[in-house]
Design a binder for this molecule. Sequence first.
Ligand code: 6CS
Ligand code: FE
Length: 311
Amino acid sequence: MVVDLYPSRNSTEVQLMERKDPIIHGSSEQDGPLSKADLLSYEEKGYILFETFFSSDDVIMMKEELQQEMENNKYNHQDDVIREPESDEIRSVFEVHKRNDFMKRLSQDRRLVSIAQQLLGSQVYMTQSRINFKPGFKGKEFYWHSDFETWHVEDGMPRMRAVSCSIILTDNYEHNGPLMLIPGSHKWFVSCAGQTPKDNFKQSLKKQELGVPDHDSLKWLVDQAGGQIDRATGPAGSVLFFECNTMHGSSGNMSPFPRSNVFFVYNSIENKLTQPFSGGKPRPEFLANRQQIKPIEPQENDMTKQTVQLT
Ligand code: 6CS
Ligand code: FE
């Protein structure tokens, strides 16, 4: 019998509970490229941002692939291509590490995988990947949420031992809906009220309304952060690593400039998905990798030359 350490969406009550998992899983600066200062910052804030991590040459290639994915899926109305709630604009394309060879190689890049391994203290595999396009004028918000709350309840992710790596593909400004994070929020788990309807993903990926924290819990988390809400702004080629339980979201994009990022979600090989804690049926493979779980062998990618020398 698997014990549910993070019960959520199983009552009408909201509950704020302390995190039961370490944030950095048994690693030190000897175990990867992150310095002690980087590790401490990630432990404290629940994320770390590297501006201009990749070179301008790499960014040119990433932008070409981004355009390609937009083109390739223009008329694709399958479940793994999510469209905006109020238009036919593409909101997200999932499983980019399978459908696009460049993205597959990028997801296995040694500079990204070694950071994920260091943070998770183990070998890692890809549990989910996606491009969020957030087009100009029509890209709608992603309301506040903890990814882990969804991945635990709807995908059966047992422990908080996963990290999202978001590569900024088009400059993320203050005004085009950058990802916002509540620093330190990863230290508490917000157990949400409500239930999980069948095939919830068909609605939640367009506009998440379940498994989202109530206003009092959000206010409490922001108060714990000293009233701070951070924004992951930076030029294309910047890289954000954020812990699976860090409370985050992003506003709609009213600017003419798209805010497109690719997300690679690395899960510890020790934290494979089990049965959804909601008791419902597992979500589709494009959202939650169950069939191809093997540790990623970090690759030297000559296609991307890193400009940020990690200390
Ligand atoms: O349900 C999910 O897996 C997705 N939902 C959000 C809002 N963020 C994480 C993930 O892409
Ligand atoms: Fe998310």
